[in-house]
Design a protein around this ligand. Structure first.
Ligand code: NAD
Length: 295
């Protein structure tokens, strides 16, 4: 295969999505419906702090009203549920997300179930999971897999009739990704691989499209990849790197060096799927405002 695959530019695609969001937010605000997002962070996980910061900054940039609610690590389950309940009732807030992962004493499933499904812009509430499976367009699709679909679409990559292998079966990425690819929009033939899959490389070799969502740096190597395959790397792994000011560098789940010599298109890390996740969150917040406000 060619030595220079198409690099699928998540930054540029996200920028285009955000510009469209900016226009919609201005229109809605003129009509008296300013979309609002509340982001709740419990504890002081450094990666979570970065994610929460960029979510609220993006809101501010687009004109979306945002509330950042930072709670101490020792916040109890009941206290957190009370915060969620009051956000459910708050008319200025259309989207609510509780940043994952919360501290271990918090029952994350119970917190997700406490969020009003109409404000569940992460798309993790069982009602929205069901709507995704049912392909009900009023539901909220989890932002990362939705961003992957948007990237495939804008990069002009045909998924219909293609063999797709999704590596990872989490509720945040792998499962919704597989549903989207196999659904009416994707029309792909989908295999879901996971930690118990036997001979993963062979399973992946038949894929026209590989979505890697594993959480292991550089795990997918060239021997997994058929010539000309399309690679979407969801992984974000922090690797200690003393040459960086932050003390780490980011790498994906795909060994970009070797895989890019075989594939036809690939997302970089950073600058691929990551920026799309926030862009789709903004889209979901606007959708929530429209649905709640009947606009
Ligand atoms: P997770 O830990 O919940 O799931 C990982 C999945 O990988 C599991 O289903 C597991 O079965 C599978 N897996 C683990 N080892 C495997 C192996 N040896 N062979 C095959 N499968 C294996 O993680 P997640 O939340 O789905 O996230 C996956 C990656 O995506 C992480 O790197 C995470 O940081 C990244 N992520 C990125 C974004 C983004 O915005 N780009 C958003 C969410 C997650």
């Amino acid at each position: 295969m060619s030595d220079s695959p198409k690099i699928i530019d998540g930054k540029a695609t996200a920028k285009a999505v955000l510009e469209q969001c900016r226009v919609e937010v201005a229109e809605l605000t003129t009509q008296g419906l300013r979309p609002g997002l509340a982001v709740v962070l419990v504890g002081s996980d450094p990666a979570s702090q970065v994610y929460v910061g960029s979510k609220t900054r993006t809101c501010e940039d687009l004109g979306i009203y945002s509330e950042k609610i930072e709670l101490p690590t020792e916040t109890t389950q009941d206290e957190l549920l009370e915060v969620v309940r009051s956000l459910n009732e708050n008319p200025a807030i259309h989207g609510i997300l509780v940043q994952s992962p919360p501290p271990p004493h918090i029952d994350e499933d119970a917190v997700v179930r406490a969020i009003d499904p109409a404000k569940d812009v992460d798309g993790f509430h069982p009602e929205n999971v069901a709507k995704l499976a049912l392909e009900d367009p009023s539901g909220f699709i989890p932002c990362t897999p939705n961003g992957c679909m948007e990237l495939l679409k804008t990069a002009g990559i045909e998924t219909s009739g293609k063999e797709a292998v999704v590596i990872g079966r989490s509720m945040i990425v792998g499962k919704p990704m597989a549903l989207l690819l196999m659904g009416r929009e994707g029309n792909a033939t989908v295999t879901i691989a996971h930690s118990r899959t036997r001979d993963l490389a062979t399973v992946c070799q038949r894929a026209d499209i590989i979505i890697a969502a594993i959480g292991k740096p550089d795990f997918v190597t060239a021997d997994f990849v058929k010539n000309g395959a399309v690679i979407i790397d969801v992984g974000i792994n922090r690797i200690p790197d003393s040459s960086k000011k932050s003390g780490f560098r980011l790498t994906g789940d795909v060994d970009f060096q070797s895989v890019s010599k075989k594939c036809s298109a690939i997302t970089p890390v950073p600058g691929g799927v990551g920026p799309m996740t926030i862009a789709m969150l903004m889209k979901n917040t606007i959708k929530a405002a429209r649905q709640i406000g009947n606009v």
